[in-house]
Design a protein around this ligand. Structure first.
Ligand code: ZN
Length: 332
């Protein structure tokens, strides 16, 4: 498998500050661990440096008034009057926030471009997967919805695409579901801790897609402490079947590592070997259905010192289809 890592150090500028739980170290630490394991460079993953997304790419998913507000918040964070979900709390204003969020979206566009222009089979954007951002507001640490921006870009360039977007982050992929709610060319599947207990409070089984796309949304809400066996069962009995029935020609995954048992913000019970089983199944599904073509994102993950870098190193190995050493999945 030819795998590209879409990455540059400037992606770490997406940072709400030292007291905020979403740390850029979740992916900078992962990239460092991948280097230690020889996964980056000659004979391994090629690095593709992204550019910021153009305004027209953002406008497929977000309103102009919202983008203008993000610009304003980033120009003078202290003077910004809270609005559009930006303000004290989950999504505080920070200097340069438009530029930082637009670079994450540019990485998503690059990832799709690399795969669809056949420069690689799989592309990985670890800084992305910001799946909660809505058309006109920030939410859940997400300013712009980079997976949606990438998918919308791809659909415009390649109208015959059928995209299955599969999200294993602990939180419901509400923003991506909303962006493609009535779009029959996109299946959005999300497996997450139930909205009865966890942000954003949506993602129930009766959310199935809009009038022109019935069945194009699939949600699997889980009870707290759900572990590896139940995850595997849900994947095999529901997600894999739905994706096969949909017949995608491209698979997109959001691989948030916050469903791990030691994540401080959620209450699920996945182990690193359970996470490995899931991402391996996702890669196998793309081998089966899309000739291996896949765009993979990071996402959430708040045990950022150790668990998330290990999970995403395992993810990279699964995309490359190389064996995962036991030391990475063993509990410490
Ligand atoms: Zn999450």
């Amino acid at each position: 498998m030819r795998v590209s890592l879409v990455y540059r150090d400037e992606l770490a500028a997406y940072d709400f500050g030292p007291a905020h739980p979403l740390r850029p170290e979740r992916f900078t630490g992962a990239v460092a661990l991948m280097r230690q394991h020889g996964l980056i460079g000659e004979g391994a993953m090629a690095v593709v440096e992204p550019q910021p997304a153009a305004e027209e790419d953002l406008l497929r998913v977000h309103d102009a008034t919202y983008i203008a507000a993000v610009h304003e918040a980033g120009r003078d964070p202290r003077a910004f009057v809270p609005g559009h979900g930006i303000g004290p709390g989950d999504n505080p204003a920070f200097a340069g926030m438009h530029e930082a969020a637009a670079l994450v979206c540019g990485a998503a566009v690059s990832a799709f471009q690399e795969v669809l222009e056949d420069r690689c089979d799989r592309a990985l954007s670890l800084a992305g997967g910001l799946h909660h951002a809505h058309r006109d507001r920030a939410a859940g640490f997400c300013i712009y919805n980079d997976p949606a921006v990438g998918i919308a870009w791809a659909l415009e360039r390649y109208p015959d695409l059928r995209i299955a977007s599969i999200d294993i982050d602990a939180h419901h992929a509400d923003g991506v579901q909303e962006a493609f709610w009535d779009e029959p060319r996109v299946l959005t599947a999300s497996i997450h801790e139930s909205g009865r207990y966890l942000f954003p409070g949506t993602g129930f089984a009766d959310e199935r897609g809009g009038p022109h796309a019935q069945g194009s949304a699939l949600n699997i809400p889980l009870e707290p402490y759900t572990g590896d066996a139940e995850y595997r069962n849900a994947f095999d009995s529901t997600i894999a079947l739905a994706v096969r029935t949909f017949r995608p020609n491209l698979i997109v995954t959001q691989n948030g590592a916050d469903a791990l048992a030691d994540d401080p913000l959620t209450s699920l019970g996945l182990t690193l070997s359970g996470y490995r089983d899931l991402v391996t199944r996702l890669a196998a599904l793309s081998d089966e259905l899309t000739g291996g073509r896949m765009v993979a994102f990071g996402g959430g993950g708040y045990a950022w010192r150790e668990a998330v870098p290990r999970a995403w190193t395992i993810l990279a190995m699964s995309l490359m289809e190389c064996a995962v050493p036991n030391e990475l999945t063993a509990e410490r």
